[in-house]
Design a protein around this ligand. Structure first.
Ligand code: FAD
Length: 456
């Protein structure tokens, strides 16, 4: 206890505000865990910096004292990323929430890391622009960069790596560096911007980001198709991508998830597997007609499209509620979410394999996916205190990952490694692990940055 008080006293010298160097029970608890089944662990103290200089001062102090630091955005990551496994400092970036510059002529914005994607969307909208990376949760842009997040629109626009032009990062000892530039392309040197994207707070703290924006499409239409089976829905999605229909979103929801959504969001979707598809542009009638045809070829039992903004927003908000709706089916449960991605031609086979594997257990899980990217999730609902069901879910997750790797895919399409997927990273990229460790030592020689995550 005395050690913790001493740490807090020292932190107060660099962040001189009692409210921003907090160690009350509720704030420690809020920074101890995430929505996943991973066991929580409290930090010793939570620091809320308001500037790059404060972040640098905290990291300098932490490095000198060997204190672990876990950056914290909105805390919506799903593989234990933000859990301070060794205590220390949870560095909550949500007070760094300024939009520093909006440059419509460059289709770009510069923001602090605590700005959420919806805040950026609100600021860009009046300029006819939007930021399309949308992980469903209203995450911070710093957290999204640190996990290389993607989401429903990635099939058309790409994920965070396609959108970050420039970063300011504070390294473990407090040094501030900048990577990239405001130009949309560069061939200058190693691509350290991409190295920090997806580094999960293990190499440094992102304190500023310059991001690409896009014009809001003139016309947007969404379509909802119900299918007799999940395989038929997957085949239809693979066919749409295969013939090059330029969809902006292509999302799969299985019957269990649709039923959960109807109960949670008051929607009345037919209780069967669905594809939710969106088109954006200037002349989308042809794309819509091709999609309808491909869906009907796979036996779609209904196909409805709408362009009304309220109806569109309702449909996507229902989709974004999928995880919460599933959790509501079993109050008190926590989620284990698989997150494999495979080449699109392998998608129907991979989902069929996952579905059969799920049927062989008595676990309850819904399948959803950004299927246009070949990325899907099975969300198991687990009692976090039931070790047996967690073990069975872990075995099932391992089977799904193994199958994805055999199909030329990856153990995580978007959620990242955290500590829940460390073993799978080793399985997927064992030959690269020594290089990962070397990079970690180079940027963080004393191992204070989010220890126990991302690098096996
Ligand atoms: C309902 C739901 C749906 C989701 N759907 C998707 C999805 O479709 N696609 C997807 O990609 N993810 C999805 N996620 C996961 C999650 O939203 C993303 O991983 C998101 O990018 C995390 O952002 P965050 O601000 O919550 O970061 P946090 O969870 O706070 O942090 C994530 C990681 O980044 C590090 N970090 C945070 N801020 C910084 C910083 N400034 N500098 C350095 N490191 C930092 C943390 O230490 C941690 O390792 C979903 C989550 C939920 C709850």
């Amino acid at each position: 206890m005395a050690v913790v008080e001493d740490l807090r006293e020292r932190l107060l010298r660099v962040v001189p505000d009692e409210r921003r160097v907090a160690n009350g029970d509720s704030v420690l608890e809020q920074h101890a865990g995430d929505l996943s089944y991973h066991a929580p662990h409290r930090p010793d103290v939570v620091v809320f910096p308001e500037s790059t200089a404060e972040v640098a001062a905290v990291l300098e102090l932490a490095d000198a004292t060997g204190t672990p630091v876990v950056p914290f955005g909105a805390g919506t990551s799903l593989e234990g990323h933000v859990i301070p496994l060794e205590g220390g400092i949870s560095l909550d970036l949500t007070r760094m929430q300024a939009i520093l510059a909006l440059r419509p002529a460059d289709l770009a914005a510069t923001v602090q890391p605590g700005v959420t994607r919806s805040q950026l969307e609100q600021a860009a909208g009046p300029h006819g622009l939007w930021f399309p990376v949308d992980p469903g949760a209203d995450a911070t842009l710093g957290g999204m960069a640190a996990t290389n997040a993607s989401g429903t629109t990635t099939v058309r626009y790409g994920g965070m790596r396609a959108h970050v032009l420039e970063l300011e990062v504070v390294l473990a000892g407090g040094q501030v560096i900048r990577t990239g530039s405001r130009a949309v392309k560069t061939s200058a040197g190693y691509n350290l911007t991409n190295l920090f994207l997806g580094s999960e707070g293990t190499l440094g703290v992102i304190t500023e980001l310059t991001l690409r924006l896009h014009p809001i499409p003139d016309e947007i239409v969404v379509a909802r198709a119900a299918f007799p089976s999940i395989d038929a829905a997957c085949r239809a999605a693979a066919a749409m991508i295969g013939v090059g229909v330029p969809v902006t979103r292509c999302e799969l929801l299985d019957a269990l998830t649709i039923a959960a959504l109807n109960a949670f969001s008051g929607t009345t979707f037919e209780a069967s597997p669905h594809l939710f598809v969106e088109f954006g542009g200037t002349s989308i009638d042809g794309d819509l007609a091709t999609t309808r045809e491909l869906a009907l070829d796979e036996g779609a039992t209904s196909f409805e499209s709408e362009s009304d903004p309220t109806a569109r927003a309702k449909m996507w908000s229902a989709r974004h509620n999928a995880l919460m709706a599933s959790l509501a089916l079993s109050p008190g449960s926590k989620a284990m979410t698989t997150d494999v991605a495979v080449p699109i031609s392998e998608l129907p086979g991979a989902i069929e394999h996952a579905r059969r594997a799920l049927e062989e257990t008595d676990l309850r899980g819904g399948v959803v996916g950004h299927v246009g990217d070949g990325n899907f999730h099975v969300a198991f609902l687990l009692d976090p205190d039931d070790a047996d069901s967690i073990e069975r879910a872990e075995r099932l997750n391992a089977r799904i990952v193994e199958d994805a790797l055999e199909r030329g895919g990856t153990c995580t399409g978007e959620h990242g490694i955290g500590f829940g997927k460390l073993a799978y990273l080793e399985r997927e990229h064992g030959d690269l692990v020594p290089f990962y460790r070397g990079l970690k030592r180079l940027f963080d020689p004393n191992g204070i940055m989010n220890p126990g995550k991302a690098v096996p």
